[in-house]
Design a protein around this ligand. Structure first.
Ligand SMILES: [Fe+2]
Ligand SMILES: [Fe+2]
Length: 249
């Protein structure tokens, strides 16, 4: 069994309230009696992409289990890479090149893809990112894989569908070539949700900083009072994936 925790959209902005919500979630995860196999953080880590915000993220995103991140539309690639990824690849860190990373943990592959477009809120996986992903998956055909990025590649029937990921038919072609992809994991929506994409589960992590208000709920756009929440994606030994969602009060 593989237990992968997933949080998203912590939007650290220097305010204590944002940091406190992220700290509460990490305390909850770190208190697990059985260490988690990995934690995925699917973007919008810093609210303004400032180095100081990533320094705070480094301090808060601390655990005995591996933590894998990808950038969101609020992140700035160069600062994200230089501060949060420990300068890994910093010599070529720039806002122009997508920041894609592959990791292995607990017998699974985690592809953390950059779906951002600098200066824009909507997203797209570049051709370079898609060919990187295709090659990565082709190199480990028998290892279960989680494909992760920030922007959902589908409409969610909620107020922010106009800033989703576009060009998604290119991603679907890649996923369809690789049956070992067990799930596609993303954030950005600030609401826990689940659907399918290219025949696989598409699992959207709740927002830590805030929760989107759905069209049939009271309120406008973002609820800042709902508790932060996390997801647990559990891959059983029988190959079945189950997702549990938890609010952290
Ligand atoms: Fe966000
Ligand atoms: Fe976002």
């Amino acid at each position: 069994m593989i237990v992968v925790a997933h949080l998203s959209d912590i939007h650290l902005d220097g305010r204590e309230q944002r940091a406190d919500r992220a700290r509460r979630v990490m305390s909850y995860l770190n208190a697990a009696p059985r260490p988690l196999d990995a934690l995925l953080v699917t973007g919008d880590i810093a609210d303004h992409g400032l180095a100081s915000e990533y320094e705070q993220a480094r301090e808060i995103l601390s655990a005995s289990f591996p933590i894998f991140t990808c950038p969101g539309n609020h992140d700035k690639r160069a600062a994200y890479q230089q501060v949060l990824l420990d300068g890994d690849g910093a010599e070529e860190a720039s806002d122009d090149a997508p920041v894609n990373r592959a990791y292995q943990a607990a017998g699974a592959v985690f592809a953390l893809c950059d779906s951002t477009i600098p200066g824009r809120d909507d997203g797209r996986l570049s051709d370079a990112t898609l060919s990187w992903l295709d090659k990565l998956l082709a190199g480990a055909p028998d290892t279960p894989a989680f494909v992760c990025f920030h922007h959902p590649p589908v409409t969610l029937q909620y107020p922010f569908d106009d800033i989703r990921q576009f060009g998604e038919e290119r991603l679907a072609e890649v996923i369809e070539r690789h049956p070992q992809v067990v799930a596609i994991v993303c954030g950005h929506a600030h609401t826990p949700a689940a659907t399918t994409f290219a025949g696989r589960p598409l699992l959207i992590g709740p927002g830590v900083a805030s929760t989107s208000v759905l069209p049939w709920e009271r309120g406008t756009f973002l609820d800042l009072t709902a508790p932060p929440a996390v997801a647990f994606h559990v891959l059983g030994d029988d190959g079945r994936l189950i997702t549990h969602y938890r609010a952290v009060t």
